[in-house]
Ligand binder design. Structure first.
Ligand code: URA
Length: 434
């Protein structure tokens, strides 16, 4: 069967064989198949899912599309974290350098904005001069010198995910368990890790809205990682409001820097400390998770995480001075305060809409090539369950030249609810260990 026939068979509800998965990835990367055929396959996987063996083979084909990293001679456990994505999720920015400050080595291959969620790479690239497109040899040098690097997929590093990730963002084939699991694990398995923590989010701001889907995604990734011998812990976390207050690239770097000063929103710190504690413990760098949490907290409070972040930024060609002077980040110079239209106990009908506000303002890609404006976004000034009065400031909007402001304000007006009786749950709902 040709690859094109295999795509059609998948679209009709069939399964891809391991050979067909490898054949598709080779042909797509080699230019024999274009985005149109790849979109057909994404649509088929989105529609029909994948059975276990099929997903394992598909993930292996993505993983083996590029180099597999290994770290002979590098001291310290090789650790990493990845999130399934959510509105305002900037946890990787403080977590990666905090782990390195505690003795871990962190070769984090990350992603760009996907759907309504922002990507770690785009956030980091708000920093003037910083590049996430690194050769494998440069990545190794930075790991040797700084112990932490946050890098993009490239032509030689999980190129299959590089292409398919961008295509999913452009076509909207995002919220699919096999597509998310293979995307994340192809990157993480290529990193040569000793231990991995996954943050699987569900709720209206996450890629997976339904808790049952979140649970299935968590179990699927745990089984995939475990099958490859990678020690993995999955944290299941809620996302019905932004993580922290900032949504938008520069604003999220600001907030990550606050976290690395021992300040900033409590939920962001709680998440960073929880995930970091689990990783330090899995990597043997502390006696147990409680000790690991304390170690991460100290690295955030005493400036070591921030110093490591500055060193990483400079090693990646960026302006390390932003850690002491966030004024060096791109700014719009225009802000508008959005006030509550009514009084009552605050709720959000759909947190995803806050991610779309950033898109309205020009802070997201509409297609693979469109530039994003890193300076736009919003600061969400309240939390679900707060008692607010009509006229209270609920959000600060950072816009450029008035562009998208009216649309963003109208969106906020549609999404805010009062007195629904819903109470916000805890941030971390559960965990699964391999
Ligand atoms: N992060 C990824 O790397 N891929 C996804 O599909 C979702 C989140």
């Amino acid at each position: 069967m040709s690859i094109l026939e295999a795509i059609r068979a998948k679209a009709a509800g069939g399964e891809l064989s391991a050979e067909q998965s490898r054949g598709f990835i080779d042909a797509y990367l080699g230019g024999e198949l274009g985005d149109e055929q790849a979109t057909e396959l994404l649509a088929a996987i989105f529609e029909h899912g994948m059975v276990t063996g099929e997903l394992v083979a598909w993930t292996e084909a993505m993983l083996n599309s590029g180099e597999l990293l290994s770290w002979p001679g590098l001291e310290g456990p090789i650790l990493d974290k990845h999130s399934t994505g959510g509105v305002g999720d900037k946890a990787s920015l403080p977590l990666a350098p905090a782990l390195a400050a505690c003795g871990a080595k962190v070769p984090m291959i990350s992603g760009r904005g996907l759907g309504h969620t922002g990507g770690t790479l785009d956030k980091l690239e708000a920093i003037p001069g910083l590049s996430t497109s690194l050769s494998v040899s440069r990545l190794r040098e930075i790991m040797d010198q700084v112990g932490v690097v946050i890098a993009a997929q490239t032509e030689t590093l999980v190129p299959a995910d590089r292409r398919l990730y961008a295509l999913r963002d452009a076509t909207g084939y995002v919220a699919s368990i096999p597509l998310i699991a293979s995307s994340i694990l192809s990157k993480k398995l290529a990193e040569g890790l000793d231990a991995l923590v996954l943050d699987v989010k569900f709720g209206t701001g996450a890629t997976m809205v339904d808790p049952a889907d979140g649970e299935e995604l968590a179990r699927t990734m745990l089984a995939l990682a475990g099958g490859c011998g990678l020690s993995t812990t999955v944290f299941q976390t809620t996302m019905d409001q932004p993580l922290g207050c900032a949504v938008g690239h520069t604003l999220e770097v600001d907030e990550a820097l606050e976290c690395m000063r021992g300040e900033g929103p409590d939920d962001l710190r709680e998440l960073v400390v929880t995930l970091g504690g689990a990783l330090l413990s899995a990597g043997g760098l502390c006696d147990d998770e409680v000790a690991g949490q304390a170690a991460i907290g100290e690295a955030l409070d005493d400036g070591r995480a921030r110093e490591r972040f500055a060193a990483m930024i400079e090693a990646q060609g960026g302006e390390g001075g932003v850690t002491e002077n966030p004024g060096l980040l791109p700014r719009t110079g225009n802000t508008s305060v959005w006030c509550s239209p009514a009084s009552g106990v605050l709720d959000l009908a759909d947190c995803r809409e806050l991610g779309l506000v950033v898109a309205d303002l020009g802070g997201a890609r509409g297609a693979e090539t469109r530039e994003i404006d890193p300076a736009v976004g919003l600061r969400w000034l309240c939390r679900l369950g707060d008692e607010v009065q009509a006229g209270d400031a609920l959000a600060e909007i950072f816009y450029r030249d008035g562009s998208g402001l009216a649309t963003a304000e109208a969106r906020l007006g549609r999404v805010v609810r009062f007195d629904t009786g819903r109470t916000p749950g805890p941030l971390v709902l559960g965990r699964l260990d391999s």
